[in-house]
Design a protein. Structure first.
Length: 283
């Protein structure tokens, strides 16, 4: 953008333009974001217990949502462990230098998310090994960490992250599921995958192995961006267009979460339903 601006100016204005660019860069470097957030989880209309969990820490700007799996309430244990372990990791003020040294290419916020998820994975795996009734338990995870002018996301499974910016909704994560793998291989269309009986068969999760590697991404942040973390009990039943309409109806994030969940229930969701909304604002 700055290079394009320079290309269109007259030589006589060059000095003033350079001064403007220096100010603009200085302003960008000083810009900081904070967040407002709300969340809600619901057992839904079919299940006997709720295996979804979510949590966030506004001070440390970390947001987590998990959808557990496993018999005898083990999925609920796994998702709760994952949320608690990830939040606790950031409460311990981890060393960015230590984490970043693992891979200098990955942004610091993404490195921290990866490390937090690996700690959570180990805790779930060890709990399952120690308790035979919980063997095989696991959970999806989608986690967001806000940085100075960007945010990173880490995920495993089919819990999703969407970004709503300037009345446009965009899915920022790709499901780790059998159906989506078939889409990537050209065996199914996205529409066919949405109705496939293999849609809820996930290929990656926390707690099933002693090590795990989450998928990472880092995206630019703008004041006014709205992030939606959700479980598949929501995303499989509420179309993106309807989601955009619902979050545009009110500035009250808690009210929006309630509307999203009630809509999923009305549209026939047969699973637990969870949503977390995060609004990015300039401090």
């Amino acid at each position: 953008m700055e290079d394009e601006y320079l290309a269109g100016i007259d030589v006589g204005d060059l000095t003033n333009s350079i001064l403007w660019l220096q100010w603009h860069r200085s302003w960008r470097s000083q810009m900081r974001f904070s967040a407002q957030a709300a969340g809600k989880t619901d057992v839904g209309c079919v299940r006997a217990n709720n295996e979804d969990n979510f949590g966030y820490d506004l001070e440390r700007q970390i947001f987590v949502l998990c959808d557990g799996m496993g018999g005898e309430a083990a999925g609920e244990v796994a998702s709760r462990l994952a949320v608690n372990q990830i939040l606790a990791y950031f409460m311990s003020d981890p060393s960015i230098v230590e984490v970043q040294s693992q891979n200098q290419v990955i942004p610091e916020s993404a490195c921290l998310l990866r490390s937090a998820i690996q700690v959570a994975n180990r805790a779930i795996y060890e709990e399952a090994v120690a308790n035979p009734k919980r063997r095989g338990m696991g959970t999806t995870v989608v986690a967001v960490l806000l940085a100075e002018d960007s945010f990173s996301v880490a995920h495993l499974g089919d819990s999703r992250l969407y970004r709503i910016r300037e009345k446009v909704i965009e899915q920022l994560t790709a499901d780790h599921s059998v159906a989506m793998e078939q889409v990537r291989r050209g065996l199914l269309t996205s529409e066919e995958a949405a109705h496939s009986h293999m849609q809820n068969l996930i290929t990656r999760a926390l707690g099933l192995c002693d090590t795990v590697e989450p998928e990472l991404g880092t995206h630019s942040a703008r004041s006014g961006d709205l992030l939606l973390l959700c479980s598949d009990g929501f995303s499989r039943f509420v179309p993106e267009k309807r989601t955009l309409e619902l979050v545009s109806e009110s500035n009250d994030l808690q009210h929006c979460c309630e509307s999203l969940i009630e809509t999923a229930k009305r549209l026939g969701s047969d699973d637990n339903i969870s949503c977390v909304l995060v609004r990015i604002v300039t401090t």
